[in-house]
Ligand binder design. Structure first.
Ligand code: FE
Length: 392
């Protein structure tokens, strides 16, 4: 195969380059990597994909998803995981962390191994970057949909679960629990990102955990007490402490729109990561689904357990970006950062993902002003395109 045959040129788009939008530029992709951004008239030969006036952005990265399209990542077989990878590009997602949740600790290791071997297989579609362990070291008082009997406090005899996790990866933990400080140390040693969540930590407990190496906050506001103006807590810490990035589920139900605007004012779009927290029900009709071992019911797109507790979402990441722009008034370049560069930074992979620049992985999401996905490219291969496109 000649060099020209393995070259893909993206023309005719509005390239999202950091804060700027560039037009009349062509993106040159070779062997799965962006190699150049050139004046459109000077583009080299190769297969051409005409972006037809749409935005061309780095691929969307979801740090917190339980599945979608009828697939629950914790319970799925390998072929179901592959099916989810094939379908996620419809929502603009090119890479994600697979969340493991809602199961007993002694089963988590096997699920981690299953998802990590799916990562190594490199199925065509959205890439699995690694795992997000949502538990088991969570506060029972803020367990959300997690059954109490699956929760635990950490002690060093439980290192075997951490030992099977290969970064990039994250773990959600409640910083106020016994053993949490030791757990954060263990996670740091292994390169696993410690994220605070499902927690009632005070401001001081959270600040202490940050000093110890807590970096991120799992779905801010959800599964934590509301902040009180005389009793600052983990929510206040997430808003105030610069070291922390914060996830937000921007479906309009999990966090009310003006509160999303408040978070944007406090943190700025550089420290916010939009996530879906999607369950198997995302992209599916209302009905009955599972999240780990927990049964959930979806009515009018809202996913709850039998007790009426919110359990994951039916959100897609492209809709989250659209909602975030509507709720905060930020422009497209800032909104895009919350699903590209920011999540890449959380995982420490910002040297190869999250930007359109020479040397970066050729993961691209192409969409219109309404965030309707036009085409999705992973490692230089078009893995999904709108039925209206004929090339390449
Ligand atoms: Fe979750």
């Amino acid at each position: 195969m000649s060099r020209d045959d393995d070259r893909l040129i993206i023309t005719g788009g509005k390239l999202v380059l950091g804060d700027a939008i560039a037009t009349r530029k062509a993106l040159v992709i070779e062997h799965g990597v962006i190699t150049d951004i050139v004046d459109q008239r000077k583009a080299p030969r190769g297969a051409v994909l005409d972006a037809d006036g749409n935005y061309v952005a780095p691929g969307f990265i979801d740090l917190h998803t339980h599945g979608s399209f009828g697939v629950d990542l914790t319970e799925a077989t390998s072929s179901e995981v592959a099916r989810l990878q094939e379908r996620l590009p419809e929502t603009g997602v090119t890479a994600f962390l697979a969340t493991v949740a809602g199961i007993a600790r002694d089963r988590m290791g096997d699920v981690v191994e299953k998802l990590q071997s799916a990562r190594d297989k490199r199925t065509a579609g959205a890439q699995i970057l690694g795992v997000h362990l949502e538990g088991p070291y969570l506060n029972p008082a803020r367990r959300g949909m997690m059954p109490t009997d699956l929760l635990a406090t950490f002690d060093p005899s439980q290192r075997d679960l951490l030992d099977c996790v290969k970064p990039p990866a994250t773990m959600t933990l409640a910083p106020e629990l016994e053993g949490a400080t030791l757990l954060i140390d263990e996670l740091n040693q292994r390169g696993i990102v410690a994220s605070g969540g499902h927690s009632e930590a005070t401001f001081e407990q959270t600040a202490e955990a940050v000093k110890r190496g807590l970096k991120h906050i799992t779905h801010l506001f959800n599964a934590m007490p509301p902040p009180h103006h005389r009793a600052p807590n983990i929510v206040t810490a997430a808003l105030v402490l610069e070291e922390l990035t914060a996830e937000l589920i921007v479906d309009g139900h999990h966090v009310a729109p003006p509160v999303v605007a408040l978070v944007n004012k406090a943190k700025g779009a550089d420290r916010i990561v939009l996530v879906t927290d999607a369950s198997a029900a995302a992209g599916m009709p209302d009905g009955e689904y599972v999240l780990g071992d927990v049964s959930i019911t979806v009515r009018d797109g809202i996913s709850r357990t039998a007790d009426g507790v919110l359990a994951g979402s039916t959100l897609t990441l492209n809709r989250a970006v659209k909602n975030f722009m509507a709720f905060t008034g930020v422009d497209i370049t800032q909104a895009i950062r919350t699903v590209t560069l920011n999540p890449a930074r959380v995982l420490g992979i910002e040297n190869k993902k999250g930007e359109l620049a020479p040397g970066f992985d050729a993961d691209l999401t192409i969409f219109d002003a309404d965030l309707t996905i036009f085409a999705t490219i992973v490692a230089g291969k078009c893995v999904w395109k709108s039925p209206s496109i004929s090339s390449p």
